[in-house]
Structures are given as C-alpha cells and as structure tokens.
Design a protein around this ligand. Sequence first.
Ligand SMILES: CC(C)(COP(=O)(O)OP(=O)(O)OC[C@H]1O[C@@H](n2cnc3c(N)ncnc32)[C@H](O)[C@@H]1OP(=O)(O)O)[C@@H](O)C(=O)NCCC(=O)NCCS
Length: 160
Amino acid sequence: MPLAVLDAFIAGDLPRARGLTDYSVPDEFPGQVLKVLELRRMQLAADPALAPWSARAMVRREDRVMVGYVNFHGPPGVNDIEAPGAAELGWSVFAAERRRGYATEAARRLMDWARDEHGVRRFISSTTPNNAPSLRVHDKLGFRRTGQVVDGEIIFELHS
Ligand SMILES: CC(C)(COP(=O)(O)OP(=O)(O)OC[C@H]1O[C@@H](n2cnc3c(N)ncnc32)[C@H](O)[C@@H]1OP(=O)(O)O)[C@@H](O)C(=O)NCCC(=O)NCCS
C-alpha cells in the first residue's frame, strides 16, 4: 500500500482510499489495525524504499476484493528478537473471509518473495497463546516456537 493509500485510510477517508486502489475495500478496514497502519506509514515516510517491506492488501484474485492484509515489520533485521537478517511478518483476515486458507497462502507467498528476491532465509512471527487460528497458521507454514515470549506473544521462527 503506497503512502497516499495509507494516508487516506489513516484519515478515515475511505472514498479517497478507494479511488486510489484497484480493489474493493470493506467498510471495516482499517478498524482495529489503524495503529499498525500508522506505524507502517511512519516507516514509509522516513524511507519510501521500504514499501515492499510494509503493509500489503490481501486481494482475492477472482473478484479483486480486499480480504485482509499482510505485512513485514520492516526490512530484514527488523524483528521482535533483533535477529540479524530475519524478516518478521504478520497477517490479518477480515472476519467474513476467514478459514479459507487466505492467511496461509498470503504469508507463504510473501516469504517466497523475500527468499527469491532478497535471499531472506529466516522468518520470525509471533502470536498470543490463545489465538488458536493464528497458532494453526504458524503450524501449517512450518514455523517452530523459539521458546521466547515478547510482550506476551510466543515467538516463532522458520528457516526456509
Ligand atoms: C489468524 C487469521 C489471520 C487466520 O486467517 P485465515 O485466513 O482464516 O487462516 P487460514 O484459513 O489460512 O487458516 C486458519 C486455520 O485455523 C483453523 N482455525 C480457525 N479457527 C480455529 C479455532 N478457533 N481453533 C482451532 N483452529 C482454528 C482453521 O480451521 C485453519 O486450519 P485448517 O486449514 O487446518 O482447517 C484470522 O483468524 C484473523 O485475522 N484473526 C484476527 C487477527 C489476528 O489474530 N491476526 C494474527 C495476529 S498474530
């Protein structure tokens, strides 16, 4: 999502955001993820070259509907455990679109991109112990627990 799109979402100006995108956006976005978008916007404003490592809309191919978003926390090296060269990612799917494999597919493709285009082989992710759907996504992707907990979140790692 380019800076202009993030700005429109953060301003709560959905019509402007919709005018800047070629996919449809449900009314519920950004909702609870506003703070994440604000953080990504700050990073992007400081260094526009970080765009590919920032927030991405998860868009369904068949009807160009946004079903969620996926993002890295920044370029490789920016992660909760400060692991050099490791990229941390996160995912969210709108409530009506869950349990269709979207988070798993999007996360897998995002990691494929980072590995193939940028040689990243180490990935970090985290979730709370009670987030059963996200724990399952970690499992399906092949993430393993590192044993670390940061801010109440279990840290996972994947070597690809
Ligand atoms: C976590 C989240 C992104 C998963 O998105 P999704 O597109 O539904 O994920 P997928 O369909 O790829 O996989 C979900 C898996 O969890 C399983 N699952 C869903 N709800 C579950 C539950 N309550 N208990 C156990 N497993 C559950 C699904 O059956 C599926 O596993 P399966 O393929 O073996 O059947 C989505 O639930 C979400 O956005 N939650 C709110 C935001 C959030 O928690 N983000 C992650 C922060 S770390």
